[in-house]
Write a protein that binds this ligand. Structure first.
Ligand code: IDP
Ligand code: MG
Length: 152
């Protein structure tokens, strides 16, 4: 099973879309194996967005991503990296198709609700960047055990 890292960015939290985003991931049969709220420090932002530090919009991106909390999630499932990227849609939300998270909820390139790892290799690095091993959970539920649970 594959794992990928998701960040619900400050605009997603501010606009009340945390439940919507997590609900979509759950309904796609992606399993939440890690979840927390955190504030990203500038050093971590530079590492996470290393491919963008020379861009003119980087100062705004760093300021935005480090001035407010984000929600970080690790989800697990079949082809999770590609499946989640498809659910997220393209970076420029103005061009993102309806049905994608960015397409449905944003009309902006910089304030586009969500981050998701873009390859398996990057997913592994990003999961390690934001989660300690003990913050990730390996679990499964058995329906028959639920039925056996004592109610009184
Ligand atoms: P991604 O989030 O779709 O993977 P990246 O190219 O990795 O896209 O860019 C990371 C983030 O940087 C974007 O989600 C967006 O918030 C911001 N960003 C990327 N390109 C631009 C731009 O041209 N203008 C403003 N912000 C940008
Ligand atoms: Mg990216």
């Amino acid at each position: 099973m594959e794992r990928t890292l998701i960040l619900i960015k400050p605009d997603g939290i501010q606009r009340g879309l945390v439940g919507e985003v997590i609900g979509r991931l759950e309904r796609k049969s992606l399993k939440i194996v890690g979840l927390k709220m955190l504030k990203i420090d500038k050093e971590t932002a530079k590492e996470h967005y290393a491919h963008l530090v020379d861009k003119p919009f980087y100062p705004d991106l760093e300021q935005f991503m480090t001035s407010h909390p984000v929600i970080a999630l690790v989800v697990e499932g079949k082809e999770a990296v590609a499946v989640v990227r498809d659910m997220v849609g393209p970076t420029n939300a103005t061009k993102a198709p309806p049905g994608t998270i960015r397409g449905d909820f944003s009309n902006s390139t910089s304030r586009n609700i969500i981050h998701a790892s873009d390859s398996k290799e990057v997913a592994e690095q990003e999961i390690n960047r934001f989660f300690k091993p003990e913050e990730l959970f390996d679990y499964s539920f058995s329906w028959s055990n639920f039925l056996k649970a004592p109610d009184e």
